[in-house]
Design a protein around this ligand. Structure first.
Ligand code: 13P
Ligand code: SF4
Length: 354
């Protein structure tokens, strides 16, 4: 649906009043009505770098989800304020690993005698607490666009990796990019005693995968791939690495949101694509490339939007911008200093990866 012209005008006016003071970041999964006001769009890696590179902006308005705004707060100076237009924009995957559960997991690894040789690697899609845990134990953060480099680095530091919280990104990267086997991976279930693993299994594992997943990408199945190949002969299947391993194995191409966009940009006219990632992005890409004769469809029509990404809508953005323009800071995301110190160490290790 087209955006409400009155709200569009108000957002424009509030942004104009704020001028250089505000910088609006927009993740690729945001609604069209919101993304039109982003000063920069990107995947989570690009947005983390952009936030860190804007010391002049007094306010960073983050159109994305909570963990992204936390990361922006960690990477910006104390004087800069990060605002999330709707505090209910969380991430179900990030919520699957709590600080208590991860501390307990580390105790289990210590008990099994493997903690000293295990390096934590945490996906950006995790709370600041989990990032701090990672930093405290000498690990790194990764995103879907640098997971391979993060794992290569980690295997230079230790014998095995504890990968949090997305089992699929961990497994897909280990198997596809590092050539490990599925048998090298075990899944730690925080709801079972000792994660459901024996000390022997932990010792033998190269990848200890946290039992977390994305509720959107986890819904694409092997059937989705088979069905689309039948429906659209000659289609190229391109999926995000948060998809399940069998989906990634059956796809033609795999990559982060930024990679998906670049692949479609470079695709020849007349090519056909089925994309397995969030619907807002897929719809936008389909509309953008249709005039060039690229036929882009959604991998599975029964999968829907990321509901928390969609919490950020134009009314919330207008409210946040108008409040800031009136000198009132609303919905500030602020990580406490101790958590920030360790989380920052882990994030900076990621930013320094080759
Ligand atoms: P990227 O932006 O790193 O591709 O991550 C996708 C995602 O699910 C963000 O929530
Ligand atoms: Fe979280 Fe998945 Fe939504 Fe990304 S798409 S914010 S990982 S639930």
């Amino acid at each position: 649906a087209p955006s409400d012209p009155d709200l569009v005008e108000r957002a424009r006016a509030a942004k104009a009043r704020l001028g250089e003071k505000v910088f609006v970041l927009g993740h690729h999964y945001q609604r069209d009505e919101v993304i039109q006001f982003a000063d920069v769009t990107g995947d989570s890696f690009k947005l983390a770098r952009e936030a860190a590179a804007r010391p002049e902006a007094e306010y960073i308005v983050f159109c994305g989800v909570h963990f992204m705004a936390e990361s922006a707060d960690i990477l910006t100076s104390d004087a800069q304020r990060v605002v999330l237009p709707d505090l209910a924009a969380g991430c179900s995957m990030a919520d699957m690993a709590t600080a208590e559960q991860v501390a307990e997991c580390w105790d289990v690894l210590t008990e099994a005698g493997v903690a000293g040789s295990t390096v934590p690697v945490s996906y950006m899609n995790s709370s600041a607490d989990i990032k701090a845990f990672t930093g405290r134990h000498g690990g790194t953060i990764c995103t879907s666009s640098n997971a391979r480099r993060a794992l290569e680095w980690a295997f230079g530091e230790g014998e095995r990796v504890l990968f949090l919280p997305d089992q699929h990104l961990g497994r897909n990267t280990a198997v596809r990019d590092l050539g490990l086997s599925l048998d090298d991976c075990v899944v730690y279930n925080p709801h079972k005693p000792n994660g459901g693993l024996t000390a022997g299994e932990l010792r033998a594992a190269k990848m200890i995968l946290w039992r977390g997943h994305c509720s959107v990408h986890g819904r694409f199945s092997l059937d989705s791939v088979n069905e689309v190949r039948e429906r659209i002969p000659g289609v190229n299947v391109l999926v995000h690495p948060e998809c399940r391993h069998e989906v990634v194995a059956a796809a033609d191409h795999v990559g982060s949101t930024e990679h998906i966009i670049q692949t479609l940009e470079a695709a020849p006219a007349g090519s056909k694509w089925a994309i397995g990632t969030e619907l807002n992005l897929v719809r936008r890409l389909a509309a953008r490339y249709a005039p060039e004769g690229k036929e882009i469809s959604f991998l599975d029509r029964t999968v829907c939007f990321c509901s928390t990404m969609n919490r950020i809508d134009l009314p919330h953005l207008v409210w946040a911008l108008e409040s800031l323009a009136d000198g009132k800071v609303v919905n500030r995301i602020e990580v406490d200093p101790e958590t920030e110190t360790y989380a920052k160490a882990a994030l900076e290790r990621m930013l320094a990866l080759p």
